[in-house]
Design a protein around this ligand. Structure first.
Ligand code: SF4
Length: 324
């Protein structure tokens, strides 16, 4: 039975608030080609919240934050997964879907947090704090996950830390996420010095300037922001929690202290909300484009592989998180 695909023109209706008409013709051809290639190759596209709207709203099958992508990837009935996001996300999808081909359209799509720590660093931390469990943020390589007891995301970090029942935990690699979680729990948190190069650039002075320029604006921050930013925000949470907050509260005017495309993607769903956009782009996320997604599907590239010994231990840390 043939399935009729949406046309690029019908998809434009969804995103016309955030993509000017003059830009659309540059996207339409790739979108139609990708929709046809997905059907032909039994492929699905997983897109993170920081992907641009023409990817997020027009070609993705599953969208969300790292946790949602990791979870939903497990239920995917497809031969091929294309990960529109960064490399550690593609590795996580491969960990949870070892029998499927996982493709990342650009191998250079890294992450400053993932690059801040190695497996050897984790082993050194264990030597320094013997017997202390290691909680590792999903924004890490499979090799680092493999050295950990359990993974976490910004959405479940507090629950993961408190589930361990120990007086102290090592939490790697995001220093600010660790400090923001430490402010909410009695568990002693030992942090690493990794930072997200996008969120570390926000400051509390930015928030004060925004509040002055836009009286009454609601400020929502991601917990990878410095603690003083989180303290001055009206709400802090993962990208899924931020999106949920906008949906529930429908503030008249809102600013998201996170990656630029997140505002565009949430704005598509909430035309009644006015989004102020202080923009910090993630250069790694922006390496993924319609053109390289199309090339990934045509040329079956770049296939994500993980050493089986590493994969087994890393999968255990991710699955332990998913069970919490
Ligand atoms: S936004 Fe920050 S944490 Fe996310 S991929 Fe980019 S550098 Fe990494």
């Amino acid at each position: 039975m043939s399935v009729s695909l949406p046309t690029a023109a019908s998809l434009y209706d969804r995103v016309k608030r955030v993509i000017p008409p003059i830009e659309w013709p540059a996207f339409a051809g790739d979108i139609e080609a990708i929709l046809a290639l997905k059907a032909k190759r039994n492929a699905v596209i997983l897109a993170h919240n920081y992907q641009t709207p023409e990817i997020f709203h027009c070609v993705a099958d599953i969208v969300g934050d790292s946790l949602a992508l990791a979870r939903k990837a497990m239920a995917v009935d497809a031969d091929i997964i294309v990960l529109a996001g960064v490399h550690f996300m593609a590795e996580t999808a491969k960990l949870l879907n070892p029998g499927k081909t996982v493709l990342i359209p650009d191998l250079g799509a890294g992450c400053s947090l993932a690059d801040s720590i190695t497996a050897a660093d984790v082993r050194l931390m264990r030597q320094r704090y013997p017997g202390t469990p290691v909680v590792t943020y999903v924004n890490t390589s499979a090799a680092v996950k493999a050295e950990s007891d359990v993974c976490c995301t910004s959405g479940n970090a507090l629950a993961v830390v408190e589930s361990l029942g120990t007086p102290r935990v090592i939490m790697l690699p995001d220093e600010y996420l660790a400090k923001n979680i430490a402010a909410q729990t009695k568990v002693e948190i030992i942090a690493w010095k990794g930072h997200c190069e996008v969120h570390e650039r926000f400051s509390s002075a930015d928030i004060r300037e925004l509040r002055e320029a836009h009286p009454g604006v609601t400020v929502l921050a991601h917990p990878e922001c410095p603690p003083e930013v989180v303290a001055e925000a009206d709400f802090a949470g993962s990208t899924a929690a931020i999106s949920g907050y906008v949906g529930r509260h429908k503030p008249a005017r809102v600013v998201l202290m996170t990656e630029c495309s997140m505002s565009d993607n949430v704005a598509v769903e909430h035309p009644e909300v006015d989004f102020v956009r202080p923009c910090n782009l993630c250069p790694h996320m922006k390496r993924i484009t319609l053109a390289n997604i199309r090339a990934a599907l045509v040329e079956n590239r770049h296939i994500v592989t993980i050493d089986p010994n590493v994969a087994e231990r890393a999968r255990h840390a991710v699955e332990r998180m998913l069970a919490i």
